[in-house]
Design a protein around this ligand. Structure first.
Ligand SMILES: Cc1cc2nc3c(=O)[nH]c(=O)nc-3n(C[C@H](O)[C@H](O)[C@H](O)COP(=O)(O)OP(=O)(O)OC[C@H]3O[C@@H](n4cnc5c(N)ncnc54)[C@H](O)[C@@H]3O)c2cc1C
Length: 152
């Protein structure tokens, strides 16, 4: 968690409707979740120890793929380990695991970070804000979720 106070939230959501301002005023704890992604690791194994899933490369949540990638890691690693017949072969299996999985999964971290900039309307290539989207959103929906947005 990262410390944040009511004034920070009012500033972040200043374009939003009265409903949102009221919700902020009712919040007892205004701390916010911090989102991190790790710098890329040079390897996913050392000797007879290997890491997978978030331990190998945690990403943000904006592509909803972290658990899927962890399951893929487990599938590949367990399949490779199924061919190991002697302790001397473990490192070779880990080397193959590293070769197959590291590039793909580290790309996920990068694209998730890019997706976060798009989803959070912070991408430098797009001059877009939530108010720019009001028209399209209003024409697509009348759900209560969007009635609480600055579009309404
Ligand atoms: C807000 C949020 C939303 C997400 N949404 C999605 C989504 O929609 N789709 C998706 O695919 N992924 C999503 N993810 C990512 C996903 O949750 C992770 O990528 C996934 O859980 C990673 O699995 P893991 O097994 O590597 O690690 P974890 O799930 O973190 O498992 C590690 C386990 O090890 C335990 N542990 C830690 N230290 C020790 C220790 N010393 N001894 C014993 N046990 C220990 C922990 O308690 C934990 O149970 C989301 C993540 C977040 C935070």
């Amino acid at each position: 968690m990262v410390h944040s106070d009511e004034q920070d939230l009012y500033k972040d959501f200043e374009a939003w409707s009265d409903v949102v301002q009221k919700i902020i005023g009712m919040m007892k704890n205004t701390d916010i979740w911090a989102l991190f992604d790790d710098p890329p690791a040079r390897t996913y194994y050392k000797g007879n120890v290997a890491v997978l899933g978030d331990a190998a490369r945690a990403s943000g949540p904006h592509q909803g793929s972290g658990a899927g990638m962890a399951i893929e890691d487990a599938y590949v690693l367990s399949t490779l380990m199924g061919h190991v017949e002697h302790v001397d072969q473990i490192e070779k299996a880990f080397k193959s695991y590293d070769a197959v999985r590291r590039e793909r999964t580290q790309k996920l971290v990068t694209t998730t970070r890019e997706a976060s900039h798009i989803w959070e309307l912070e991408h430098p290539d797009f001059d877009i804000s939530i108010t720019t989207l009001c028209g399209p959103i209003a024409s697509m929906t009348s759900t209560p979720c969007f009635q609480a947005s600055p579009c309404m």
